[in-house]
Design a protein around this ligand. Structure first.
Ligand SMILES: [Zn+2]
Length: 233
């Protein structure tokens, strides 16, 4: 066998390796596992977002509580001023009333915001709880499927290992420059070698110029000008 025939033989084994690799990658269990994993990552991100939101809410609540405290002090001040000294005019009474009113309005606004934030925070707690439960269930499904997959994968990877061993054995007969040629073509076209099929390239099915067909038949090494595969008779 010449180098091209040996390379063809190697390619046959390599096609089997690629086929098993593809079978492993496209196994339904594996694809489902990838989906579960993506979903888990998504849940983790949601949890993180909720935690951040709750932290922001807690900061805002602290600020609001301080503000409420300050207003309560101000209201007490107004009241003790009133207790110390009776207002001397109607206008002064009005001013006191207005001050207290204004402070009480502010207080009501703050308290409304506090109530709103507490409600939002409670909603987020529920959401967080739901997300956690979903994540735990997904993890359980993931683990169950992973066990099934691992078993199946062990079998497939045994086959892959065996197929790779065959290619390695066949590669021994091929010189490095042919191996390199094969590797380079494989990057854009697989399988890298194509048989002549009449006057067509067996890889891409395009008709070849008569001169090229003749050269290949005469033993010249030529790559298909359409797909770049190395032609072999
Ligand atoms: Zn071609």
């Amino acid at each position: 066998m010449n180098q091209l025939e040996l390379l063809w033989d190697y390619q046959t084994a390599d096609i089997e390796v690629e086929r098993i690799s593809k079978e492993i990658k496209s196994s339904p269990e594996r694809q489902k596992l990838v989906k579960y994993r993506d979903y888990l990552v998504e849940q983790q991100e949601t949890m993180k977002r909720i935690e951040d939101e709750i932290l922001t809410m807690q900061d805002r609540l602290e600020a609001l509580n301080d503000a409420v405290h300050r207003i309560e002090e101000q209201i007490e001040n107004v009241q003790s001023r009133l207790n110390e000294k009776e207002p001397e005019s109607i206008e002064e009474v009005d001013r006191f009333i207005n001050d207290v009113q204004r402070l009480q309005n502010n207080l009501a606004d703050y308290e409304a915001e506090i109530a709103r934030i507490r409600k939002d925070a409670a909603n987020r707690d529920h959401l967080q709880h739901d997300v956690k439960i979903r994540a735990v269930r997904t993890k359980q499904d993931f683990d169950k499927l992973k066990a099934v997959y691992d078993e199946k994968y062990a079998e497939m990877s045994q086959r892959l290992k065996a197929a790779k061993a065959v290619t390695e054995e066949k590669a021994k007969a091929i010189t490095p420059d042919y191996m390199e040629k094969y590797r380079v073509i494989k990057q854009h076209s697989f399988p890298p070698l194509a048989r002549l099929s009449g006057d067509k390239c067996g890889g891409c099915n395009m008709a070849l110029p008569a001169g090229v067909v003749k050269d290949v038949q005469g033993g010249k090494e030529i790559e298909c000008e359409t797909c770049g595969r190395l032609l072999i008779i």
